[in-house]
Design a protein around this ligand. Structure first.
Ligand code: ATP
Length: 366
């Protein structure tokens, strides 16, 4: 049981005469037993952050602590941390049993019988008992993944670190393992940091998610908070699939005028008051919040032509263009709703669902 704290952690790599700031002043407190997902696009610094926690990379500035002990200078093997890698990193010449026992031999001085007992109990937990005498080359990708997890679990560490552990599995297996990992983590209650670039994994698995971009922490919050109250344009665009629609807009009086169009969107006084005098804005609305109506019923609805209908079964994804402009919008409607491509409809952007950002800083204002 442990809390994990990152305080003003920075990592710089030399790059010829220059340097790369891979992780830039990141502070996060991860609670005892919490499942924190570190998410962001390729190159944002996720793996480097995890590797500094694991002790596989030195820390340029700042401190990492488990409970109250700063571990900056504690060697990797003495950190009481177990890591699961994307590549599984199993030893090919060892059986599953030997692979799982190896981690224990490295980190404890238990006798063989006790170690074998732990390996068998962990194998049962992961339903891989019948694979214990096979070698990794005789296992499927999903089975290898379980063994890699088993090797981490059997060590009973204070902290689990997982670096894209599901990314080598096919989509169906990945969805199944996602749930299984969550169940395991609930049962084991071990503080976990899980790195992924997949926002579905982040949304579904994390107690909280930490979103990184360009080495900088953008937001740390529950998945729903990131979804409903993104702190900035980056988080708003990153969380949610399909992505939020964004339109450059300028506040003129009490209306937002959408750039490149004649469309104006009236804003109620309480929202205008939140804008802190900013007038160059970005209007955001999630596809699932856009209503597709047969005709415009109020001044938050605008005539559109539907260009593409993608039937997904339970819902239809639409791409539509605002009439008299080249501006397009994504919308998701119920699968039972019949919408025809090349026909005219109205897209309604309910005021209760809109987000507004300062265009220059990207900061969320509403
Ligand atoms: P991915 O999802 O592609 O694995 P990531 O978010 O994990 O990306 P990192 O691997 O942490 O990103 O890399 C962050 C930045 O640091 C990148 O610009 C990368 O090129 C750089 N970087 C990482 N390791 C080194 C290194 N050993 N030497 C120099 N630069 C590095």
């Amino acid at each position: 049981m442990a809390t994990l704290t990152l305080e003003n952690v920075t990592k710089r790599f030399a790059d010829g005469d220059d340097e790369i700031v891979a992780v830039d002043d990141v502070s996060i407190e991860i609670d005892d037993g919490e499942f924190l997902v570190l998410v962001g696009p390729s190159g944002c610094g996720k793996s480097t952050t995890l590797r500094m926690v694991a002790g596989l990379e030195t820390i340029s500035e700042g401190a990492i602590a488990i409970d109250d002990e700063i571990i900056n200078d504690v060697p990797a093997q003495r950190r009481d941390i177990a890591m699961v890698f994307q590549s599984y990193a199993l030893y090919p010449h060892m059986t599953v049993r030997e692979n799982m026992r190896f981690g224990l031999e490295e980190s404890t001085d238990l006798d063989t019988e006790t170690m074998d007992g732990s390996v068998e109990r962990t194998a049962e937990l992961l339903e891989i008992e019948e694979l214990l005498d096979r070698k990794p080359g005789e296992l499927s990708g999903g089975q290898q993944q379980r063994v890699a997890l088993g090797r981490a679990i059997v060590r009973d560490p204070s902290v689990f670190l997982m670096d894209e552990p599901l990314s080598n599995l096919d989509a169906k297996l990945r969805a199944g393992m996602r749930m299984e990992l969550q169940r395991l983590q609930n049962d084991l209650d071990v503080t976990t940091v899980y790195v992924t670039h997949d926002q579905t994994e982040a949304m579904t698995m994390g107690d909280r998610i930490a979103i990184l971009d360009g080495g900088k922490l953008q937001q740390v919050a529950t998945p729903l908070e990131c979804y409903h109250r993104p702190r900035n344009l980056f988080v708003a665009g990153f969380i949610g699939e399909p992505s939020m629609n964004f339109f450059d807009a300028t506040l003129e009086g009490d209306e937002l005028v959408l750039e490149g169009t004649e469309l104006s969107y009236p804003l109620s006084a309480p929202i205008r008051e939140e804008l802190e005098g900013e007038t160059e804005l970005v209007l955001g609305v999630r596809p699932e919040d856009v209503k597709i109506l047969d005709e415009a019923t109020d001044d938050h609805a605008f005539p559109v032509t539907v260009d593409v209908v993608e039937p997904m079964g339970n819902e239809n994804n639409l791409l539509a263009t605002f009439e008299g402009s080249e501006l397009s919008i994504n919308a998701i409607v119920d699968g039972m709703r019949h919408v025809q491509a090349d026909e005219r409809y109205a897209a309604r952007l309910p005021e209760s669902a809109i987000h507004l950002f300062d265009r220059s800083s990207g900061r969320a204002l509403h």
